[in-house]
Design a binder for this molecule. Structure first.
Ligand SMILES: [Zn+2]
Length: 166
């Protein structure tokens, strides 16, 4: 398995002076990277890539099911309540065959009325709700890459330091 960077101390490095030390990755895509001394056939340091953590996110979800088929599935960030409610009103009215001009102008009332009308149509189901999902954050993935790049640079620097003198 190799050892941690803290354990890659002076004595251990000095023990491989003049040896052939290489950096190797395993797997495609790589799931493990190591610094190895080929002369000793020994893994000096082993590291696994960091995977981005899934973050909980609260989002709006609008679903329109018609005849048992999901015909609309819209997700929107929490601040977009007005926008997704408008979208839900327009799409639900369309599914029910109600002209938009016949809707109440107040958004909240219009949606409530549409929900009541939908209940009379067993073939149509709509829902608009705040849900919590786990999301792989792009930001974290980037950090992870930066981390990996740094680790790679450190590994390269380590490799230079322990490169055999010729
Ligand atoms: Zn060695």
């Amino acid at each position: 398995m190799g050892i941690s960077p803290e354990q890659l101390d002076f004595e251990r490095i000095r023990g491989h002076v003049g040896h052939h030390v290489v950096a190797v990755t395993y797997g495609n895509p790589p799931v493990n990277a190591t610094l190895e001394c080929e002369t000793c056939g020994m893994v000096l340091y082993s590291a696994d890539p960091t995977t981005p953590a899934a973050q909980p996110a609260t989002i709006w979800q609008f679903t329109l099911v018609q005849g048992g088929v999901v015909v609309q599935q819209v997700l929107a960030g929490e601040p977009l309540e007005n926008e997704i409610t408008n979208l839900a009103i327009v799409e639900t009215a369309k599914a029910l065959g109600i002209p938009l001009g016949e809707l109440i102008s107040d958004q909240h009332d219009a949606w409530s009325e549409l929900l009541e009308t939908v209940r009379e149509h067993p073939d149509i189901t709509v829902s608009l709700s705040l849900i919590t999902v786990l999301q792989l954050e792009q930001k974290d993935a980037t950090n992870g890459n930066a981390h990996r790049r740094q680790a790679g640079l450190r590994a390269a620097a380590d490799r230079r330091r322990i490169r055999p003198r010729r």
